[in-house]
Design a protein around this ligand. Structure first.
Ligand SMILES: Cc1cc2nc3c(=O)[nH]c(=O)nc-3n(C[C@H](O)[C@H](O)[C@H](O)COP(=O)(O)OP(=O)(O)OC[C@H]3O[C@@H](n4cnc5c(N)ncnc54)[C@H](O)[C@@H]3O)c2cc1C
Length: 603
């Protein structure tokens, strides 16, 4: 077992493998390179080889990819990352690696079993000649000589703002100035790509401000950092939504973004011959057309409400709205509130309504995975994103790369044991929930809520207290499908009548290609297909297997159209690869895309 090997032998094994791999690639011997992998191998590439986000599964897929990409990529300089000792445990040796390509410098991660590669991650980190100016190459910020034509930083910023989008066109237009849009905008700014971010709302962060007032982030602070600018050490573990909104607003200023508030994109069309979009926008009531080369929709994965269409909704006399429009509990004290849905938003809203003296019923239509927040932090995220992880030397960047190094095809195998531990720790809690009639699940294969998030973006609740309200009956539970609404009640298919003054539809969100339908055309939305999901053939994630998130952060079937979003961790990490793809195009580098994904589902 490698666990017993001395560290110099572990390192020697990695060096031997890297050297054989490097030699095979330099010789263009793709069969020899593929033979260095185990039969059940995976190679996940983030833009370095494929100009795509792509996982190759098995030796044949790897050699096919190399046959096509090797002449252009010209990889070289494979070595163990300085200061990172390879480690072996349980028969697997792990190592951090560096390499170079014709276009730039890359980083990666390697898992070896019996001297062969089981998983390989390669990621492009920077483009040669287009490096970000930071650390030793940071701008001076001052000109140390007399200059009658001297301009100040403020004057330069004002001039840029008066020209970009008016007399000069941006190379990239990002529609949507939430965390995704501004994180990507910050990276593009560092890469010197002329970019405008527009948002129809008045202030950056307004999307968070507009959400129900009890909302706090469900993920802890270490998971939530924006690119470049980390939260200070006194930031709460779970950020209240208005606090995160203020942070995002400050971020746009500090990162010097060209952010246009109160600016709504109303339509967009691509002129393939000119290589340019024409995007109609309404800015402070004024109509203008922006003509970027690249269009990014960062309009939100949780932005297009999935509003059900139940018979009788139009005759209901009380208040009714989607969870995204829920104003908070204040006005519903003493009222009968029916919340349809049993995932995060439903629980948060039920909890806040109950705290404010409402009479609350949750309608559960399908089963939910619930994990207690503290348990999830300890068992699910603790090793990578926690105070203890930081104390043991784990950085956010490294944690992101560890996550990225696990191929989606086998990620559930890593998750299942964690959720088994969670179940064991909180067994009494689950017994109480089930005794209350709550339908609970652990995902189709027991892999829990993180896989549910990746596969379908729904079906779970990270419990911050509201589950106990359901378990002890403070929030009433009704199970079944909604048949119709009457003037004053929700009626379920089994005839159960739930009198209501308020109905909240906590029924989730639609695929992001709906934004393309709304802004561009149904034809383009269909050409691009569904966004999100892995094709795992589990509930709400139909096959065939895709291996990566559909359409996210990578080229789509519509030239020059990109989708960006996800949670804070994904937005942070994958904005790097999207920014590099955009920069490479702006710089005129060859970016041949390997394995552009096929479209199997429209929504
Ligand atoms: C209730 C809830 C709780 C969540 N909790 C967490 C959490 O704890 N941790 C986490 O990481 N993630 C969480 N998320 C998921 C995700 O982080 C958020 O949805 C986040 O807001 C996504 O950021 P975004 O920038 O991708 O999109 P959004 O924040 O939705 O921003 C999209 C922006 O696009 C703008 N826009 C849309 N159309 C146009 C147009 N035509 N023209 C101009 N502007 C337009 C909108 O005004 C909006 O500001 C949560 C989501 C919800 C709904």
């Amino acid at each position: 077992m490698t666990a017993t090997l001395p560290s110099h032998e572990v390192a020697a094994g990695v060096t031997t493998w890297l050297s054989a791999f490097g030699d095979a690639l330099s010789a263009g011997d793709t069969a020899a390179a593929a033979a260095l992998f185990t039969e059940d191998c995976f190679w996940r590439d983030l833009v370095a080889f494929t100009w795509n986000i792509k996982t190759l599964e098995g030796r044949a897929a790897i050699s096919a990819m190399l046959d096509q990409t090797l002449p252009g990529v010209q990889p070289r300089g494979w070595k163990i990352t300085g200061g990172e000792e390879p480690a072996g445990a349980g028969g697997v040796v792990e190592a951090w690696i560096d390499f170079e390509t014709a276009a730039g410098r890359g980083r990666g991660h390697l898992r070896l079993r019996d001297g062969r590669c089981w998983t390989l991650l390669t990621s492009l980190d920077e483009l040669r000649g287009h490096e970000e100016r930071r650390g030793p190459t940071r701008p001076k910020g001052i000109e140390r000589r007399a200059n009658p034509a001297r301009t100040t930083w403020l004057e330069d910023r004002e001039q840029e703002a008066s020209e970009l989008g008016i007399t000069e066109q941006p190379y990239v237009l990002i529609i949507g100035g939430g965390q995704a849009g501004i994180g990507l905008g910050a990276r593009l700014r560092q890469l010197r790509v002329p970019t405008i971010i527009i948002d129809k709302r008045s202030r950056p962060g307004d999307q968070w401000r507009s959400r129900y007032k009890s909302l706090c982030l469900h993920d802890p602070v270490w998971y939530d950092h924006m690119p470049y600018l980390k939260f200070p050490d006194n930031w709460p573990v779970f950020s209240p939504k208005d606090k995160i909104a203020d942070w995002l607003e400050s971020y746009t200023k500090i990162m010097e973004l060209n952010y246009w508030p109160d600016t709504e994109a109303t339509s967009a069309a691509y002129d393939a011959r000119a290589g340019q979009w024409a995007v109609q926008v309404e800015r402070d009531g004024e109509l203008l057309v922006l003509r970027p080369a690249q269009l990014v929709l960062a309009t939100g994965m949780s932005g297009r409400p999935n509003l059900p269409d139940f018979p009788g909704m139009d005759s209901f006399r009380g208040d009714q709205h989607h969870s995204s429009a829920h104003p908070g509990p204040g006005r519903y004290r003493g009222k009968r509130c029916v919340v349809i849905g049993s995932n995060n938003s439903a629980f948060d809203i039920c909890g806040a309504l109950w705290e404010n003296g409402a009479d609350v019923t949750m309608v559960q239509r399908s089963s939910t995975n619930i994990v207690r927040s503290a348990t999830l932090m300890d068992i699910g995220l603790g090793a990578l994103y926690s105070e203890e992880a930081v104390a043991s030397g784990m950085t956010t960047d490294k944690a992101d790369m560890v996550f990225a190094s696990i191929p989606y095809r086998i990620m559930h195998q890593f998750q299942i044991p964690l959720y088994e531990q969670m179940r064991e720790r909180d067994q009494e809690f689950y017994d109480r929930l089930e005794a209350a009639g709550f339908e609970h699940d652990w995902g189709d294969d027991g892999s829990g809520l993180f896989m549910k998030y990746l596969r379908r973006g729904s079906g779970y609740y990270i419990d911050v207290g509201a589950a106990d309200l359901v378990a002890n009956g403070d929030v009433a539970l009704a199970r079944g499908q909604v048949d119709r609404l009457t003037e004053d009640a929700v009626v379920l298919e089994d005839g159960t009548k739930l009198p209501a003054d308020l109905v909240v539809y906590a029924t989730g969100y639609q695929s992001m290609n709906g934004w393309a339908a709304e802004l561009i055309s149904q034809e383009v939305a269909d050409r691009v297909g569904k966004c999100w999901g892995l094709g795992s053939d589990t509930t709400k994630d139909p096959g065939p297997w895709e291996g990566e998130q559909r359409n996210m952060w990578k080229p789509t079937q519509q030239q020059a159209l990109w989708f960006h979003g996800g949670n804070l961790h994904q937005s942070r990490h994958y904005s790097l690869y999207l920014a590099l793809q955009l920069k490479a195009r702006e710089a005129g580098l060859p970016t041949p895309v390997y394995g552009l994904q096929e479209v199997h589902h429209l929504r």
